[in-house]
Design a protein around this ligand. Structure first.
Ligand code: NAG
Ligand code: NAG
Ligand code: NAG
Length: 388
């Protein structure tokens, strides 16, 4: 058997980093407690966010963005992928902070860790499992049917185009720190001698269209837009972290203009036509979740040292928005009471004898408890969005 590229990369890294001497190493208890603390912090932020969003919807005080966020919550395997990456990133952040505190100088977390320690962290956070190539030998009927996840559809590169893997890049990333910080994170930073304008200012000046500027298109119907959207929903969906407050200081992203991962609020310029005198407030924005083993830790996995984002869908036009892009979801959508292999249909409602989509089994919808007369509307929309 030839060694996998991942193992080769790890081997290479082991050789390179064996230069870290034993006395510089932080020690196992230090590492393990950082992993535990990071996991607890992330789990608490996820739990808080779920309960808070649920409470808002139940109190009917949910804004449109709360509802949208609930429907777009990463679920199932996407949630595991996002969670593992959040664990790993926060473990390294804690190690860096604590080492900085102890040594009174700024240190690069990955320089402080031996390869063994890094792979322990990757294993404990669940990141290693997401990056290691899967074995395709146990996939049933692999030569006959394609998998819903696209894992093992390409036998030479089993994760090629698979769901919940990082997006590919056609152009190099442009981060402010070269690794993971978005441009504009440091507001005092100059580009070509200039401060970057507020993004909202750019939207207002360049992208705004007054109502009188809108003209009916004589050649194309609205269906063109929907067709584009439909195809996009077959191909890409970029999850954000499920957390609505920052990991490091517990700040609620909706209430604050402070930037702290995953909050990256959009500042409102003075005299904004939409917000007027509320220009001291911010539009909440959440960063897309990082992919495991990218950014500062990319080199352990033989990947680039820039933060990458996750595509929770397969890269193929395979109508995944109907059939599902994950195994559990694909199974859930099927009628398993017989061998006909058909999709499930709604058991409570029909459209004049014609079948409707089934109600979603996603916890998100159970959380909503909409009034009975709106229920089918709500859940029907949830089921439609589920494929995203
Ligand atoms: C941290 O160290 C690693 C390994 O030496 C390097 O690849 C990475 O770019 C460094 N990151 C930063 C932010 O300096
Ligand atoms: C609509 O079609 C006509 C005739 O083909 C063409 O001249 C015109 O530029 C088109 N308009 C738009 C907005 O595409
Ligand atoms: C499963 O298929 C049977 C037979 O076609 C049908 O009667 C039943 O309603 C289906 N159940 C679901 C959940 O779709």
């Amino acid at each position: 058997m030839t060694p996998s590229p991942w193992l080769l990369a790890l081997g290479l890294y082991l050789t390179l980093s064996s230069q870290i001497s034993a006395e510089e190493s932080l020690g196992r208890p230090f590492i393990l407690s950082a992993v535990e603390d990071a996991k607890r912090m992330v789990d608490e932020a996820y739990k808080y966010s779920r309960e808070e969003s649920l409470a808002r919807v139940q109190k009917r005080s949910a804004s449109a963005s709360d509802v949208l966020r609930l429907l777009k919550q990463p679920a199932r395997d996407t949630r595991s992928a996002v969670r593992a990456a959040d664990y790993m990133e926060n473990t390294l952040r804690l190690i860096q902070e604590r080492a900085h505190h102890a040594h009174k100088r700024s240190l690069n977390a990955t320089d402080l860790l031996t390869a063994d320690e890094l792979s322990t962290i990757a294993r404990l956070t669940g990141c290693a499992a997401r990056v290691q190539p899967p074995s395709c030998r146990t996939t049933p009927l692999i030569n006959k049917y394609r998998t819903a996840t696209s894992v093992c559809n390409n036998r030479k590169n089993p994760r090629l185009g698979a769901s919940n893997t990082p997006f590919t890049r056609w152009l190099p990333a442009q981060y402010e720190d070269g690794v993971s910080q978005p441009k504009g994170w440091d507001r005092s930073r100059l580009y070509n001698g200039f401060l970057l304008p507020l993004v909202r200012e750019v939207s207002n000046r360049i992208l705004s269209t007054p109502n009188e500027g809108i003209e009916s298109d004589r050649n194309y119907t609205h269906l063109v837009t929907l067709f584009g959207q439909w195809n996009d929903h077959d191909l890409t969906f970029t999850p954000t972290s499920p957390s609505i407050r920052s990991f490091s200081n517990g700040i609620n992203c909706d209430d604050s203009c402070e930037q702290a991962d995953p909050c990256f609020p959009i500042r409102i310029p003075d005299g904004d036509p939409r917000f007027g005198s509320n220009s001291d407030q911010c539009i909440p924005l959440f960063r897309s979740a990082p992919a495991c083993g990218t950014g500062n830790t990319g080199h352990i996995f033989g990947a680039n040292n820039v933060r990458e984002q996750i595509n929770s869908l397969t890269a193929f036009l395979d109508v995944g928005q109907v059939y599902g892009s994950e195994d559990a979801q694909a199974r859930d959508l099927r009628n398993l009471t017989n061998d006909e292999g058909l999709l499930r249909i709604n058991q409570r409602f029909t459209d004049n004898g014609r079948e409707l989509l089934p109600f979603s089994t996603m916890p998100v919808n159970n959380m909503c408890h909409p009034p009975e007369d709106h229920q089918h509307l709500w859940l029907g929309r949830g089921a439609l969005l589920r494929g995203r």
